[in-house]
Design a protein. Structure first.
Length: 265
């Protein structure tokens, strides 16, 4: 009996925490489908009208395209810049990793509002398009997640031996990197890419302060919509959460597939 109580209490705590976390999401989703929900426990009716209205809105489509573009371009820049550096640090210069770890912590220690204020002060008199500054700033913000994920991918095997064997067999360094290194860290690359994309897709502070209304992303559009239409904003929140949930599911599947393939090896 005592053992049963000991197992029951943790389950009850987990159940309460799950309800606490899931209830707002369910309520927001239900509200996005409601015709009216003011003085009743449940909505008076259900409709797809708010979804159709939002999707037909050109502002929503433009904000979605901007957010997707920001996420994709940031991911490409991050992978192009960080992957070769992390490869070099792990394969040829392990002593460099201590410095890289220190650098990757900096985006966590500097608040976004301070970072964007500094960027504005530095680049306001320089003829550099602000969209480029935004891309580079968001890329740096994603550095901690990108670095840690890619660095973990290089721990599992002796990539230096694999790379040098490929060079001995006649491959050029670039070909050896593409043919030998990339296929063996593809899981880490996929995970790092998705995490980088998610960071850029949901970025708000830097984008809003640096470009504001000139580059309205999905997050900025969401906050603007909250001030004018509660049901439309709940629809957008539901769509935004669905996108993040889908990305999280893909991450879990990739990690599970990578773990199972390592187990078979």
């Amino acid at each position: 009996m005592k053992q049963h109580k000991q197992t029951l209490i943790p389950k009850m705590i987990i159940a309460l925490i799950s309800i606490y976390l899931v209830a707002p999401i369910i309520a927001t989703t239900l509200y996005s489908f409601s015709t009216s929900w003011v003085k009743t426990i449940l909505p008076e009716g259900l409709t797809f009208h708010w979804y159709a209205q939002l999707i037909a809105n050109p502002d929503f489509v433009s904000a979605m395209i901007r957010s997707l573009g920001l996420g994709i371009l940031t991911t490409i820049i991050a992978m192009t810049c960080f992957l070769p550096i992390i490869f070099y640090a792990n394969v040829y210069n392990p002593g460099l990793k201590a410095r890289l770890r220190f650098i990757t912590v900096l985006p966590f220690t500097i608040p976004g509002i301070i970072l964007v204020t500094g960027l504005i002060q530095v680049y306001q008199n320089i003829a550099v398009p602000k969209i480029i500054i935004l891309l580079l700033a968001v890329t740096l913000l994603s550095l901690p997640l990108t670095y840690q994920t890619l660095d973990n991918a290089f721990i599992s095997r002796d990539f230096r031996a694999m790379f040098e064997q490929s060079l001995i067999l006649g491959d050029k360094p670039v070909h050896a990197f593409i043919k030998v290194i990339l296929p063996n860290i593809k899981v880490g690359i996929f995970v790092a890419s998705l995490l980088t994309f998610t960071t850029a897709f949901g970025e708000y502070v830097i984008t809003n302060m640096l470009l504001g209304g000139d580059f309205e992303t999905l997050k900025i559009y969401m906050y603007r919509l909250m001030q004018s239409n509660g049901q439309a904003s709940s629809v957008l929140t539901t769509i935004y959460f669905a996108i993040l949930a889908f990305i999280s599911l893909v991450l879990v599947l990739i990690v599970q597939k990578g773990s199972s393939s390592k187990g078979k090896e």
